[in-house]
Design a protein around this ligand. Structure first.
Ligand code: SAM
Length: 280
């Protein structure tokens, strides 16, 4: 075992009974994430991105078999210098910590971070996505990733939602959880925020009166409000919108999947801003 500059340490673990293994494994449970204020991210690229964006790392674990990989060793040294515990893990220990058969060679525990709703301001053509009681982790992760790709400035989670720091959600964000601020709000807090928001609050509704291509998105700050997977938007939230938009559908499906509908809306809202001239 050795010490890092700010008290970080390196430990080698081969036993599944080690308490550090149990702690990381327990991050699969929401209760444990809440108690510790931490979450698990998997993959070297994600971990490097998170460190670069200033997220606080508590633990980094990598496969002992990867010793000698310059990028992994550099990242481990950086984590150590930041005060993290660095674990050299056997393959079976990494499998246990991630609950996966073929785990990534690097995983890390970071501190959770939520944005304050008030910091989401109506400026320029800033775009935010608000989600009413989103339940499905895959949907939430996909929406955070898509919102990031569309250049949105933040995501607002309204009411009881799935945990943005759950394992499945973080995986589905593909790293965008580290790039896009996420704020939480009760329904009443969101309605107050929407009233003060100096821009468009566009709700999406299967009975929306406005075709989503005719909203008049250009050059205005926008909050795009999406409904719950089963129930759609509550009446109170629908009433707080400046417009209710609909994506016309053909065929027998009665609605689109929430993440797909969000993607369609986001890229329509950003159509003028995202031309090949000013996006990658
Ligand atoms: N049974 C729900 C209802 O009646 O609203 C269906 C909800 S749908 C699966 C989940 C969310 O995706 C909706 O609340 C809305 O935000 C969005 N959505 C899905 N299809 C849409 C469409 N064709 N137009 C606008 N929004 C849509």
């Amino acid at each position: 075992m050795s010490e890092g500059r700010r008290g970080g340490r390196v430990v080698e673990i081969t036993s599944l009974a080690n308490p550090l293994v149990k702690d990381i494994k327990a991050l699969a449970q929401k209760r444990h994430r809440e108690e510790t204020g931490a979450f698990l991210a998997e993959g070297l690229k994600l971990v490097i991105d998170a460190l670069e964006q200033g997220w606080t790392i508590r633990t980094l674990a990598f496969a002992k078999a990867a010793l000698g990989n310059a990028m992994i060793e550099k990242t481990a040294a950086r984590a150590l210098a930041a005060g993290a515990t660095v674990i050299e893990a056997s393959a079976k220990v990494l499998e246990a910590m991630t609950r996966r058969d073929n785990p990534q060679t690097v995983i890390a525990v970071f501190e959770q971070r939520f944005a304050v709703l008030k910091s989401f301001r109506a400026a320029g053509d800033d775009l935010y996505v608000a989600l009413d009681r989103v339940r499905d982790p895959g949907n939430l992760g996909t929406i955070i990733r898509t919102a990031d790709a569309a250049g949105a400035k933040g995501v607002i989670l309204i009411g009881e939602t799935t945990d943005p720091f759950g394992l499945e959600t973080v995986r589905a964000t593909m790293g965008s959880i580290f790039a896009l601020p996420v704020a939480r709000a009760s329904e009443a807090e969101f309605i107050a925020f929407a009233k003060d928001f100096d821009g468009l609050v566009v709700g999406t509704h299967l009975k929306g009166a406005v075709d989503y291509r005719k909203v008049g998105w250009a050059k205005k700050p926008v909050v795009l409000l999406m409904g719950n997977e089963q129930q759609g938007l509550t009446e109170a939230l629908a009433a707080a919108c400046s417009a209710l938009a609909r994506i016309p559908q053909a065929g027998r499906a009665d609605s689109l999947n929430l993440a797909v509908a969000t993607g369609v809306m986001l890229f329509e809202a950003r159509r003028l801003a995202l031309s090949l001239g000013n996006a990658t």
